[in-house]
Design a protein around this ligand. Structure first.
Ligand SMILES: [Zn+2]
Length: 375
């Protein structure tokens, strides 16, 4: 039996047990009673690409905090070649296979095909998804207008990110700009574009001085805007603690941060994960639905048993056509249709899974804007 960390839950469970309803309560999703609904600061909103939403508007389904719906066609080929150059042994990206060779006659790249992608968004909604966060920005070839079109066509709320990705993808200016110049550019993006989060902000492998500079600048931009932050750690989860140190050092509260890709960190005792959770940050298990699941399920169970269900964030970081439904994969809903059932089978309750997939991302994404929305 898994420990239930939240005092509210224990109270409710205890109360139900007293009433003799314990067995029934075990299968009730948290939403059924609303007793455990998270509290949000006054004035907090979730900034989707079309409009600001009250966090309650996304209570009816899951929010995926790290996916990709808009990347340049050459993004993954470049990513794979840098990964091979960095570490020939581990130059694979979780379950993501390289993009398939162009078909004949040539098809449009799937992330530039609005009809195909709107179908994928509708399919995700059917799988129980309420909102998807796109982790791209200009240095990854992300197209804000394309994301808007997808949200309009499919009706699915999308949160767009902003920032700079990792050393191999930085525009040339990053090397010469000061930390303050980078922060000013990020603040400009956050205040003039319909973006709702800084992410994904990464370190490629061993963190570089330019990456440290960008992390500090993102921290400053957060202090100026309140936009939350999610990160990319290089394989296997390197620099996770330093990323948190850099952001906290710039004045960011850990509760506003997800340190990402920690399912990749091969640490069966989850010591790094626990240390990050203990400081109050979220940790991302955000590349599941593949062969890595068998290793990651016990890690997640151990973290829940240690009382850290409120710090877990799930997503799949979809990046190739083979992962879409059209391409024969499980699509954007994979986190809910492939990964979550494995946790349920391992004994995690529906109530805890509801908290992780519905409430944690809303607590993370909700912020009180410092300036009125412009775009
Ligand atoms: Zn990503």
């Amino acid at each position: 039996m898994l420990a239930e960390p939240r005092s509210l839950r224990l109270t409710r469970r205890e109360a139900l047990n007293i009433l003799g309803l314990g067995a029934a309560a075990a299968v009730l999703p948290g939403a059924a009673s609303g007793a455990n609904s998270p509290q949000f600061p006054k004035g907090a909103i979730i900034r989707t690409i079309l409009k600001d939403l009250p966090p309650e508007a996304l209570a009816g389904g899951s929010t995926l905090f790290h996916e990709h719906m808009s990347l340049a066609e050459d993004f993954m080929p470049r990513w794979m070649s840098y990964a091979r150059a960095t570490n020939p042994q581990s130059g694979r990206r979780g379950a993501a296979p390289p993009p398939p060779a162009p078909a004949t006659p040539p098809q449009p790249f799937f992330m530039q095909d609005p009809e195909l992608m709107a179908d994928e968004m509708r399919a995700a909604a059917k799988d129980g998804v309420s909102c998807i966060v796109d982790g791209g920005h200009p240095d990854m070839g992300r197209d804000l207008e394309f994301l808007k079109e997808l949200s309009v066509k499919s009706g699915l709320p999308i949160v767009a990110g902003c920032g700079f990705y990792t050393q191999p993808f930085y525009p040339a200016e990053i090397a010469t700009w000061s930390e303050d110049q980078i922060a000013q550019e990020l603040i400009r993006q956050a205040n003039s574009q319909p973006v709702g989060v800084f992410g994904e902000i990464g370190s490629w492998d061993e963190i570089t001085d330019n990456e440290r500079k960008v992390f500090r600048a993102v921290g400053k931009a957060h202090v100026a805007t309140n936009l939350p932050i999610f990160t990319h750690t290089g394989i296997p989860g390197k620099s996770a603690m330093e990323q948190l140190d850099l952001l906290e050092g710039a004045g960011v509260k850990p509760q506003r941060i997800v340190i990402g890709h920690l399912g990749n960190l091969n640490d069966p005792k989850v010591e790094v994960h626990k240390a990050i959770c203990k400081r109050g940050a979220f940790i991302g298990f955000d590349r599941q639905g593949g062969p890595g699941d068998a290793r990651q399920v016990p890690m997640v169970v151990a973290l829940i048993e240690a009382g850290y269900a409120d710090n877990l964030m799930f997503s799949s970081d979809l990046s190739s056509e083979a992962q879409t439904k059209k391409g024969g994969g499980a699509g954007y809903g994979k986190t809910l249709t492939v990964w979550v059932p494995k946790l349920r089978q391992a004994g995690v309750s529906d109530e805890i899974l509801h908290g992780i997939t519905v409430d944690n991302p809303r607590r993370f994404l909700a912020f009180v804007p410092k300036k009125k929305r412009k775009a």
